[in-house]
Design a protein around this ligand. Sequence first.
Ligand code: SF4
Ligand code: SF4
Length: 224
Amino acid sequence: MKKIPLYHLNTGSCNGCDIEFLAVARNQWNDYQFEIVPLEKAKVIVVTGVLSQKSKPLALKALKKTKAKILALGSCANSTGIFAGGYPVTGPLDKYIKPHWYLAGCPPKPELILEAILKLTNQKANFPQPEIPPNFRGRLEYKPELCIRCLNCLRVCPAQAIQAQKTKSGLKLSFYYDRCVFCGLCQESCPTQAIRLTQDYKMIEKSRKKFKTEGLAKFSSRRS
Ligand code: SF4
Ligand code: SF4
């Protein structure tokens, strides 16, 4: 089987995404073959991290001259995640270079990383669906009909992943997966179970604007 040449560029991550990527790249659990190669030989460059002031010059120099496909892996590469606004942070990556795919997750599951790499190299993903641990926290489900508009969720979110907008008919809440670190605090703080983190880990998009769940909690539906 021909090996898929990969390059891994850490631009300032906590190593969570790097560990999951390595589980894929080192073929620890799948039948696909990968090899880590020098940048110029790579077909896919996997970028992790916030893009720090220190990593930016070399990272952008490398990415600007490559013809390889770029994968933004995890909340930090997507949006700088929980580190947004930190003094060494100059990202996210797409301020400077647009990746081909974004993967949400903190970190994304290896199965999703594998699927993304296969997509980027035009190969069919052919592996069994993984078993998801019972307490896994994935895509958010929001039920506006249960929401009492207390805004607890927005106050506790450490990643500024929730936005609220008052409209004439209610409160519009938006949850952004490109920022979310899947900590579950919004679910814990919600008094009405209007928010739930599901086991859906398949958050992969070409545009990060699509990483969104939102709904309108109508003023008429429940009293706050
Ligand atoms: S799980 Fe909820 S509280 Fe935690 S980062 Fe995501 S939106 Fe914010
Ligand atoms: S989703 Fe829950 S925590 Fe957030 S505003 Fe609605 S009721 Fe409050």
